[in-house]
Design a protein around this ligand. Structure first.
Ligand code: ZN
Length: 422
């Protein structure tokens, strides 16, 4: 079935290159993009055209790293750094997801927020609890959103009330993988919390499970100096943090996403390249927890794929448009503090990372090229721009900087309009 959406189309094919089709047509067949064109294709029936005339049509946002069971902690603990924040805020909060009713209320609220802010796909950490992780997957599937959902694994250096036995952690993971294989839009992902929380046996077992079921993997890497020192103490034989994930089969080629990489050195960047790891860039979180500013320019220069993420609740901003603008701001501060040795990245570069950059992890998401999933947002920016005076590039930037979720008037996923989930 063909549907044609008329409006001002804005999307990226490569970093920094915005494609603009003014008063164009987005042609969708069976949920996939057939073409974007300036001319209305022949043989299209009038009733198959949806006219959004003056509105902007952009790809849905892809949040490549967030923690679902931290939704009720957003805005708390920003006076602490990572390890202290985990102990004081994160672990006590995540442990509450043992209670399925608490999980249901919180996850419905989170999914509404994702929907509201135009996040059509996301890569999500759950908690250690299978029952609430499965519920999260079900709620996402029913909402019509796309996601990878991971059962978190942690069997050391964690509080008594939120820790697993190694064998049980692996068994639960396998059970979780099997139980969510029935979903269409939700897929499992292997999720070791981070190296300090996982014994070598656990990491080895998770690497084997990833291999057995051919799964993607998500974790954290080189986020904070205290964390990196601790990792070195725990694994003195490994030269860099990333080597530990490599040792246990947790760097699967094209299938791994690592959040932060704030302190990734040249050698670590080489390994990110070798395994085609996607870096989940979390500028808001890295600012809140005083972690630092990731070398995004180096990643891009070295052709490491970078996606944008909210990192709820290290980050407090679930709206990826705002994460885009914070990424740009932090990038400029880094450029200045590094002595202006390189060009800094601009709004459209970060917009690319929040759509096609993150979307690459889903393979066919985040842009309007032929064959990609028709995941898009309709933006009414008439209250923030003089639409007769501003060009489309300026209107997009105005939306990203000063727009909000109310400017998103429709959301489509695989060509289907998605209403408010809960
Ligand atoms: Zn995280």
């Amino acid at each position: 079935m063909i549907k044609v959406y008329k409006g001002n189309l804005l999307f990226t094919k490569d970093i920094g290159k915005l494609t603009i089709i003014e008063k164009g047509y987005l042609v969708v067949k069976n949920g996939k993009i057939v073409e974007v064109t300036k001319e209305l294709p022949k043989d299209v029936k009038k009733e198959d055209i949806v006219d959004y005339s003056d509105k902007l049509i952009i790809p849905g946002f892809v949040d490549i790293h967030l923690h679902a069971p931290q939704v009720n902690n957003i805005g708390l603990g920003a006076d602490m750094q990572l390890l202290e924040w985990l102990d004081n805020y994160t672990f006590p909060e995540e442990s509450k997801y043992k209670d399925i009713k608490y999980a249901e209320n919180s996850y419905k609220a989170l999914i509404n927020k994702l929907w509201e802010n135009g996040t059509t796909s996301s890569v999500i950490f759950g908690s250690i609890h299978n029952e609430s992780n499965l519920l999260l997957a079900e709620l996402l599937e029913d909402a019509g959103l796309k996601a990878y959902v991971g059962k978190v694994n942690m069997d050391r250096n964690s509080p008594d009330f939120y820790i697993e036995d190694t064998e049980k952690s692996l068994e639960d993971t396998e059970e979780f993988i099997k139980s969510i294989s029935k979903f269409k839009n939700i897929k499992p992902i292997i999720t070791p919390r981070f190296v300090p929380s996982c014994t070598e046996d656990l990491m080895k077992g998770l690497g084997e499970l990833a291999n057995k079921y051919d799964l993607k993997i998500q974790s954290h890497l080189s986020e904070n100096t205290g964390e990196i020192t601790w990792v070195k103490e725990l694994h003195p034989v490994c030269k860099n943090y990333i080597d530990i994930y490599e040792k246990y089969g947790l760097l699967r080629e094209n299938k791994t996403v690592m959040a932060h990489c704030v302190f990734s050195n040249k050698e670590e960047i080489e390994k990110l390249k070798k395994y085609n790891v996607t870096v989940a860039h979390a500028p808001v979180s890295n600012g809140n927890l005083a972690s630092g500013i990731a070398p995004v320019y180096d990643f891009v220069n070295e052709k490491v794929n970078v996606g944008m993420c909210s990192d709820i609740s290290g980050g407090h901003e679930i709206n990826l448009a705002k994460v885009v603008t914070m990424g740009e701001t932090f990038g400029k501060i880094k450029w200045l503090s590094d002595g202006e040795k390189y060009n800094y990245l601009g709004t459209i570069d970060y917009f690319y990372m929040a759509t096609k950059g993150s979307g690459k992890y889903f393979e066919n998401v985040g842009t309007f090229e032929k064959g990609y999933d028709a995941d898009f947002l309709i933006i009414d920016d008439s209250n923030i721009s003089d639409i007769n005076d501003r060009n489309l590039n300026e209107r997009l930037k105005r939306f990203l900087y000063i727009g909000d979720s109310k400017n998103i008037i429709k959301r489509y996923i695989s060509g289907k309009e998605i209403g408010k989930p809960y």
